[in-house]
Design a protein around this ligand. Structure first.
Ligand SMILES: Nc1ncnc2c1ncn2[C@@H]1O[C@H](COP(=O)(O)OP(=O)(O)OP(=O)(O)O)[C@@H](O)[C@H]1O
Ligand SMILES: [Mg+2]
Length: 208
């Protein structure tokens, strides 16, 4: 079982959006996938309550129970686990980072957002796990913002995922409807970039 932790100490950067869109993409690609929601706000778990069916399995959890839950998921045959985390709390984020094979740090492209990824970058370093920044909610057709954001992220010494998630209404409308972009608008651009991000993620997940 591979474990992907989604961290960002900044609120509203897109942790839950990314977690759920990637988890559903993984399920559609045939993976046995689950989500652990370490955020006391329980946004991922609330989203799950608002949709029919069992997939993806979403488990809200205090971080102290993370090792037991991961062990149970592994024994239950899960292929892929996403851990959604809360902002402004370092101990649970570090627990998720240590448990993970790979860390994704979503950030909006504003300079104040990008400056705030320093703490998440330190947590990833402390955990000794590979980490990528995912630029989220990027304005469409804004090459200068893209160039500035990529340069600003570089200051933190972290690579940037080559797939950028744009600002698209489909992401927020989908979550409101208990769906992801792929389910809400299967032929849309948000669905397309979600699949691209998922495929890229699979290509960088450690193989062993
Ligand atoms: N790419 C995007 N395009 C449009 N809306 C987005 C995008 N990413 C996130 N949002 C919206 O921004 C808001 C915050 O996103 P989200 O809840 O995923 O962030 P978060 O990092 O999980 O927040 P928190 O720190 O509170 O847990 C949500 O309303 C979501 O629908
Ligand atoms: Mg969240």
């Amino acid at each position: 079982m591979k474990i992907v932790a989604i961290l960002s100490q900044k609120g509203g950067s897109g942790k839950t959006t990314l977690t759920l869109n990637l988890a559903v993409a993984a399920g559609k690609a045939g993976k046995s996938v689950a989500v652990i929601d370490l955020d006391p706000q329980a946004s991922s778990a609330g989203w799950k309550d608002s949709r029919p069916g069992d997939s993806p399995y979403v488990l809200p959890l205090p971080h102290a129970r993370l090792p037991q839950a991961l062990q149970a998921a592994k024994e239950g045959g899960a292929d892929l686990m996403f851990i959604d985390t809360a902002p402004h709390t370092e101990t649970p984020a570090l627990a998720a980072a240590k448990a993970a094979d790979l860390i994704l740090i979503p950030t909006r492209p504003g300079i104040l957002d990008i400056r705030a990824i320093g703490t998440s970058a330190e947590l990833a370093k402390l955990a000794g796990k590979p980490a990528y920044v995912v630029l989220n909610a990027m304005p469409v057709r804004a090459p200068q913002i893209m160039a500035d954001a990529t340069a600003a992220v570089g200051v933190h010494g972290l690579p940037v995922a080559p797939v950028v998630i744009q600002q698209r209404a489909a992401y927020s409308h989908a979550l409101t409807a208990g769906k992801t972009a792929q389910e809400f608008e299967p032929e849309g651009k948000a669905a397309e970039e979600t699949v691209q991000l998922y495929n890229w993620l699979c290509s960088v997940l450690p193989k062993t």
